[in-house]
Each structure stands twice: as structure tokens, then as C-alpha cells.
Design a protein around this ligand. Structure first.
Ligand SMILES: Nc1nc2c(ncn2[C@@H]2O[C@H](COP(=O)(O)OP(=O)(O)OP(=O)(O)O)[C@@H](O)[C@H]2O)c(=O)[nH]1
Ligand SMILES: [Mg+2]
Length: 279
């Protein structure tokens, strides 16, 4: 099957098959915290990343779920060896599709909270507790790390400018001030991932953030660190490609959510924010 076919009608079947295989392999009831990592050809980074994820966050047990799709290297085997629960998908479908599958595994396994991080070592595992804290204190439903409030190692001026431009754009569009729209280390109530519309196959960060804000969830940011990628290569393309595609997702998601809100205001059917589960 091609990646395109997998992104279309067959996507649900691909997910269900992967879920079934995952359940057969682990048969798990997950702990309260699920750390979900999408990984594609990251054999040089994934081992250290999984190793660094704490087995407990505050006093809650945590499991690491790595979703690997169509990797041509040893990413899956290394993640397994380091103790992660690995969900393997035979076709490559993008980070967005992999994370959605990870969210589903987390929810259906009974996790209360989801934390995401990347497989390339750019995020600091010490920040996991920081993003989860406001949710555990019931001050937020979704918390993203921010390199602007915290620290970033890149000297790439275009990247730095891009982070500010997109933060300003999303703040103006949604009326909710954010400083970083694409930080991959974030925490959320697991139930929330079933109530927002997530369709982006690859550039998923702003779709998730904008949808969560425009569904009325409590969103906050905490200072966090973004390192340089030390191993492997970007899956998102160069600055121009990344920027252009990212901008399309920002505008497209905002328009979609605005349409939904208008329909709801007119009393037409649409997805409403539902209370998130806190059990
Ligand atoms: N399963 C899966 N994971 C992916 C895919 N594309 C990217 N990822 C993972 O998503 C995470 C982020 O990808 P990166 O290429 O680092 O993208 P980024 O961090 O947004 O951008 P950079 O700053 O260029 O690194 C990494 O853990 C990747 O392995 C994919 O097609 N499938
Ligand atoms: Mg990266």
C-alpha cells in the first residue's frame, strides 16, 4: 500500500490493525500517564530518548508508547529494547497520523494523561513533569512547553523568526496569547484528544493547539528547553517547505474551527466541547 492510500479511506483499517496487534502483544492496561512518541527512522536518537523518560511522573506511573510507521531502520527494535511499548504500522503516514494512533492507544488503555515528546532528542525529559504539573493541579487541560519562555539552542534566524511569527498569528486568530505553537513536548488530558478534530497527517502541532484553544479548553505554557537535533535528519523539510506547510495548517485549522463555532452559534449540528474526563 502507498502512503497516500493509507492516509485515505484505508487509514481507519490501518489504525485498527495496528491497535489489534498492539493489544495482542502487550494486552495492557496502561498506567495514568502515557508518554507518546512518534518515531520515523530515528534509530540514532530513540534509545536515549526512551531511556530518559521517567517511569514515574510525580507520584503517577508512566508508560512510554512509541509509534513507528514504515521505518526502514532499527527504530522499533531499539525502542523495545529500552522498554517502550512499540506500536508498529507497516506504512509511513506522517507524525500526525502516528500521534493520533498513539492517543487512541493511550485512551483505550485507560491512561488519564498524555505527554508527547519527539524521538530526536530535542526535548528534555526533565520538562515532562513541568508540562504535566498544571494539569494535575487542575489549572489547565492542555500545556505546551515554550522555547520562548524557556531556552532554545538553534542559531537558525529563520526558525527563530518563524516561531515568533506563528505565535503572533495564532494569538491574534484565537484571541489566546501563546509564545510557541510547535513545541513537541506537551501534556493534555487523554480524553480531550477524542473531542477535537485532528486530521493533519504531518504538520500536526498547530492543528492540535488551535483546535484545543477554539474548543474552550484551558491552555497554558511553561518554560522548556529545545535542543539542537543531534542525530538523524528532519522529516519536515527545509525552512521554506516547513514554513509554507505550517502556515497552511494554521490558517486551515482556524477557518475550520471558526466555521464550526458559527454553526454551533446558529444552533446547527457541530461538534461541541464536551467536558473532559477527569476520572
Ligand atoms: N511515526 C512517525 N513519526 C514521524 C514521522 N515524521 C516525523 N516523525 C517524528 O516526529 C518527530 C518530529 O519530527 P522532526 O523531523 O524532528 O520534526 P520537527 O521537530 O517538527 O522539526 P525539526 O526542527 O526540523 O526537527 C520525530 O520524533 C520524528 O521521528 C512519520 O512519518 N511517522
Ligand atoms: Mg525535531
Amino acid at each position: 500500500m502507498t502512503a497516500c492510500a493509507a492516509r485515505g479511506a484505508g487509514a481507519v483499517d490501518v489504525d485498527s490493525a495496528a491497535m489489534a496487534q498492539f493489544t495482542a502483544e502487550y494486552g495492557v492496561r496502561l498506567p495514568p500517564v502515557a508518554v507518546v512518541i512518534a518515531a520515523y527512522n530515528e534509530e540514532r536518537g530513540i534509545g536515549d530518548v526512551v531511556d530518559a523518560v521517567p517511569r514515574q511522573v510525580t507520584d503517577l506511573d508512566a508508560a512510554t508508547i512509541v509509534v513507528v510507521d514504515g521505518s526502514a531502520d532499527d527504530t522499533a527494535a531499539i525502542a523495545r529494547k529500552q522498554g517502550a511499548l512499540v506500536c508498529e504500522v507497516p506504512v509511513n503516514r506522517g507524525q500526525g497520523a502516528a500521534l493520533r494512533l498513539g492517543y487512541r492507544i493511550a485512551r483505550e488503555g485507560g491512561a488519564d494523561y498524555i505527554v508527547t515528546t519527539d524521538a530526536d532528542g530535542q526535548y528534555d525529559a526533565a520538562d515532562i513533569e513541568k508540562v504535566l504539573a498544571p494539569i494535575l493541579a487542575d489549572r489547565a487541560d492542555f500545556v505546551t512547553g515554550s522555547r520562548i519562555l524557556g531556552r532554545q539552542e538553534t542559531y537558525d534566524k529563520v526558525r527563530r523568526l518563524g516561531v515568533h511569527v506563528f505565535a503572533r498569528l495564532v494569538s491574534v486568530l484565537t484571541g489566546h496569547r501563546v509564545t510557541d505553537t510547535s513545541f513537541g513536548l506537551r501534556a493534555m488530558r487523554a480524553a480531550l484528544t477524542a473531542h477535537v478534530t485532528l486530521r493533519q497527517p504531518q504538520y500536526q502541532a498547530s492543528e492540535l493547539l488551535i483546535s484545543v484553544i477554539m474548543n474552550g479548553y484551558r491552555v497554558s505554557e511553561v518554560p522548556a528547553t529545545m535542543r539542537l537535533r543531534t542525530a538523524g535528519t528532519t522529516k519536515k523539510g527545509g525552512n521554506l517547505t516547513y514554513g509554507y506547510r505550517y502556515a497552511k495548517v494554521v490558517i486551515g485549522t482556524w477557518r475550520r474551527e471558526r466555521r464550526r463555532l458559527r454553526r454551533e452559534r446558529r444552533g446547527l449540528p457541530g461538534r461541541r466541547r464536551r467536558p473532559v474526563g477527569r476520572d
